[in-house]
Design a protein. Sequence first.
Length: 257
Amino acid sequence: MNRRYRKPMIAGNWKMNLTPSETRSFAEAFKPLLSKPRLCEVALCVPFIDIPAALKACKGGRIAIGAQNMHELSSGAYTGEVSAQMLRDLGVKYVIIGHSERRQYYNETDATVNKKVLAALEAGLRPIVCVGESLEQRQFGVTLEWITCQVKAALYGVPQDKLRRVVIAYEPLWAIGTGQTATAEQAGQVCNAIRTLIRRLYDAKTARSATILYGGSMNEKNAAELLAQPDIDGGLIGGASLKPEALSKIVQAANQE
Ligand code: 13P
């Protein structure tokens, strides 16, 4: 983490967990655990149905609320879908786009991810774009090529002035929900490659200020070591973000570094 140019960020991805009433209880337990002053941006990306409860419970607590997905169009006959405009109107700040679970189970492609990134920015949301390689890709030695393709495709058509609103999360598929974290060096190397790519696609200033997170079995025990890597600006936390104590300790680690 390089504090000179970037603010650390810890975002929870609750996935399909916690009901609206559990969301209220979580916020009540979590808020008092956050130290003041806090340098780190904290966001909770919750299921759609929990968003109103999360916004209400976190009001005034400097905890931003995010969604986990959105449709790429602003309105229309798309039963069951939610648009960026709807999320923005509620007061949502972030939206996770292209999580590997959505790519895997809901056939999201690089092309849909790109459309969603552009639509999120257009609506005033900050996209958290997820990229990551499979175990096979890592074993074949094509990790950096794969990540380069994913990042390039996701950012296609994103103008320089909007890039600072984009967060990129490197989440190796083999580390998600497995308890097998990437080593700090592995994670740091890929995050560094992403920053180098942004420098190539945009410029040095844009790359310096880009927020790049690591995600994949990050928890209160390994957070400090991962966050010590110069190009890792924070974390996207799954399982550990469901426990107020654990999440607050990760925030503390990001605050201290
Ligand atoms: P875990 O922290 O449970 O491995 O999940 C990571 C993740 O997918 C966050 O988006």
